[in-house]
Design a protein around this ligand. Structure first.
Ligand SMILES: CC(=O)SCCNC(=O)CCNC(=O)[C@H](O)C(C)(C)COP(=O)(O)OP(=O)(O)OC[C@H]1O[C@@H](n2cnc3c(N)ncnc32)[C@H](O)[C@@H]1OP(=O)(O)O
Length: 413
């Protein structure tokens, strides 16, 4: 029987959710409550399934997203999520078929890039995605960190306050938006994500532990950051050995970042702080008098990016210097390939098709890894993944494309 790949209808949505659960190793039964919770938040035209004899056996969904790029501008992205193929139907090309349809639609719509968080590293490179942001999680041994045990608040005149979930819903979205203006790699976070993070929308079957929330305000009273964390209540031999886990820490100034980390690492009873997924160059370890107290417990690729509109994407960002490069991009999917001349500067760039000889030749997936400034063209050339036809072109690409701070995507979507 042929396998039918198409957008799902409302009546098929429960069966689609069932297939998604199976792919994600969750018990397959879908409740009416779960359907009611999720249905209003998906665009069915962008929710694809594969059907075998009327049963959904594979899922795929995308949604509109904005991505901040170096210089603070945002580009339109098609964010891919909920990719799952039943174990009975794996390796028959179903992901490839759903991906081809979705990328073609994104290209047609005019999205500059597509983004996703990869469950496993080897899956998405073949579709033109490259790892564009990485993430690091630290576990801080607070007793070794050397922080002053008498600390009772920021010494810069600012203040830290515990706040209610409704306060976070009120101020969080604007704060997150401001982060995108000062940090590249930040993707838009919708209202629903704030509702889920603050307990206003509970997901059926997912256990909920009410977190603590704290904000940082500068001496001038300006809100500059917030942290959401949970703690456990571990004691042994009459000693508190509690752990705090940061779920979200958004700071738009270094003062806010310093104050909030200091706050979380100074809570009485807490001897271990897990940082959650941070940028690899997060300030956290160096904010501690003894940075070795912060041990890296996770370091991995996080957001993958696929360029769909080369000129739009490259013209949206700013560059670390002034220079020109001719890039030959190879794209077997036929979406973004071609030869482009990039004239880049700290103020912006022009990127146009050209027939001049290429300085650098690469698969479009390598451009995905380079685009936000994280990867090095010199490193990719050493690996044989970027071909350098003009000596020094890879080093010039690094001068232009790489950024002083690494990109950071604080959201898993
Ligand atoms: C953005 C997100 O949602 S990430 C979540 C992804 N989902 C999961 O990890 C859930 C569990 N896994 C699955 O559901 C499936 O195995 C999927 C979705 C990863 C792959 O689906 P499939 O339909 O089997 O992939 P498909 O048959 O189209 O494979 C295409 C190619 O990718 C390769 N491939 C697919 N999955 C993997 C993998 N996990 N590791 C390595 N290679 C893979 C295939 O071998 C094939 O290679 P080929 O073109 O050289 O023959």
């Amino acid at each position: 029987m042929s396998l039918d790949v198409r957008a799902v209808t409302e009546s098929e949505f429960p069966d689609w959710l069932r297939a998604r659960r199976i792919g994600f190793m969750q018990p397959p039964t879908v409740t009416e409550e779960e359907v009611a919770q999720r249905l209003p938040h998906v665009d069915l035209a962008r929710t694809r399934g594969t059907f075998d004899g009327g049963r959904c056996v594979a899922t795929f969904r995308s949604f509109a997203q904005e991505l901040s790029v170096p210089g603070g501008a945002r580009v339109g992205a098609s964010a891919v999520t909920n990719v799952a193929v039943a174990p009975t139907h794996r390796r028959r090309g179903l992901l490839s078929r759903m991906m081809a349809l979705d990328l073609a639609a994104a290209k047609e719509r005019g999205d500059a890039v597509s983004t996703l968080i990869a469950a496993e590293y080897p899956i998405y490179g073949r579709y033109g995605y490259g790892p564009a942001t990485w993430t690091t999680e630290w576990t801080v041994d607070v007793r070794r960190a050397g922080l002053d045990p008498r600390w009772s608040g920021p010494d810069d005149g600012g203040r830290v306050d515990l706040v209610e979930p409704r306060d976070v819903r009120a101020v969080g979205p604007a704060l997150h938006d401001r982060l995108g203006a000062v940090r590249h790699g930040v993707v838009s976070r919708d209202r629903r994500a704030w509702d889920i993070a603050t307990g206003a929308a509970l997901l059926s079957g997912r256990p909920w532990q009410e977190p603590f929330y704290a904000t940082y305000r500068s001496a001038a009273g300006e809100l500059e950051g917030y942290v959401c964390y949970v703690t456990d209540d571990t004691w042994e031999d009459k000693q508190p050995l509690c752990g705090a886990t940061v779920r979200d820490l958004i700071a738009v100034t270094p003062a806010a970042e310093r104050a909030l980390w200091h706050f979380v690492c100074s809570i009485d009873w807490v001897i271990t702080v897990r940082s959650g997924y941070r940028a690899p160059d997060d300030l956290l370890p160096l904010l501690l008098p003894d940075p070795r107290a912060a041990r890296i417990t996770t370091h991995a690729d996080l957001m993958w990016l696929r360029v769909l509109d080369v000129a739009r994407a490259l013209e949206a960002r700013t560059y670390g210097g002034r220079g020109s490069l001719v890039l030959e991009l190879v794209d077997p999917a036929g979406l973004a390939g071609g030869r482009f001349r990039l004239d880049a500067s700290p103020e912006g760039a022009s990127c146009v098709p050209t027939t001049a000889s290429p300085d650098l030749t690469m698969d479009v997936a390598e451009l995905g890894a380079l685009y936000l400034g994280d990867e090095s063209a010199v490193r990719l050339a050493a690996l044989g993944r970027v071909e350098e036809s003009r000596p020094g072109a890879a080093a010039l690409a690094d001068t232009l494309l790489r950024t002083p701070r690494r990109p950071w995507c604080p959201d898993v979507f």
